[in-house]
Design a protein around this ligand. Sequence first.
Ligand SMILES: Cc1ncc(COP(=O)(O)O)c(C=O)c1O
Length: 455
Amino acid sequence: MKRSEKELTTTYGSRYFAESVPKYVMPEDGMPARAAYQLIHDELNLDGNPALNLASFVTTWMEPEADKLIMESIDKNFVDNDEYPQTEKIHERVINMLARLFNAPKECHSVGTGTIGSSEAIMLGLLAHKWTWKKRRQAEGKPFGKPNIVMGADVHTVWEKFALYFDVELKLIPLERDTYTVTVDQVAEEIDENTICVGAVLGTTFTGQMDPINEINQLLIDIKKEKGWDIPIHVDGASGGFVAPFLYPDLEWDFKLQQVKSINVSGHKYGLVYPGVGWLIFRDKKDLPEELIFKVNYLGGLMPNYSLNFSKGSSTIIAQYYNFIRLGKSGYREIMENMIDNSKYLARKLEESGKFDVINKDIMFPLVTMSLKNSDFTVFHLSEKLRQKGWIIPAYTLPKNAEDVAVMRMVIKENFGREMVDMLLDDLIEAYHTLEEEDTEKEGFETGENPSLLY
Ligand SMILES: Cc1ncc(COP(=O)(O)O)c(C=O)c1O
């Protein structure tokens, strides 16, 4: 081809669309930007549609102004505090606002940090408690080789990951059938002088329910008086932390409770920001041991750093602040009310159909978990059938002691309005009838988990 002809060739007329794309070895030479863009863009069409993804809690829509701010800050490394001091100020404002939203007492000097998500925030929170416990034991001249952590099997997998990675004995309390959260009596049986922390969840990943945080707090206050063990609670508010303050301001789960020393929340869930941003807030700076804060000077200035990762983007932190000042408390409340109303509506219609049992009947958080009543097929079949229509709805079995209960979970997000709920209901019922008519003797789905779809 002559040069002038080459220049005239359209993207789809170029040779890159008559060859396979490089997959294993980096090519010697590149290709025009438009061809590279189009090839990757077209391939990504095979991904699911985020708007129909009810598996994930993670935000799939933001306002165009937020998108604009995100693009304007996408090139700023968050860790370069000295170079981007305003970004750091915005980060601090978000932490201050969250500490107050979570009712940190006035006399406390709360501290915190932005993270990649709740997982990093939980690991950092628990690490601080392990360290505090170890220092106290050392000071008392007591052994500090056998730390343990107590929590229900309703916790997210990251809690187990923490125990494994940071060498802490995991005291995982099995679930009670029909309860699906931990009970205070079970916690009382497990704690001892080596317990670094009790984990409690506000909005579990599996059923969207809440551990009895208030009762656990009272138990730990009593134990402190009786035995002198000062055991902190870390509240995993990954999803509930951005719902409860707006919908249930009187609910006692946060720093109003004496033993709650740290809270994590996912900005990218009901904080309404794209992935990945999470937040970790300590009730008081004494809850974060000084030794864990690294001070680096090679980026200019002296930067305090408490994180697992070093470099990361700034844009989601800025987007979080955008939401705070754009929506205010009333804006968040209105969105949460819509999501809860739509979740309740979905739950009611599912129950009325007579085909499903809603597990989280009192719907505190915007998700619906349900099992099948009587059918020859399973939720795994139903999930697969709905996938053919584009809906992404995970099916899974509940954790230990309730593993015979197979459920489907639908997370109702901001951009999932009543009309979408109605369309989902129509497709659910249609899929149900199709499966009833089909031969359901299928292999492979009977007991299988689908963990990759459970976030
Ligand atoms: C209760 C709970 N904790 C922790 C996590 C992990 O959060 P992230 O994905 O922000 O790391 C999740 C995720 O769904 C969750 O539901």
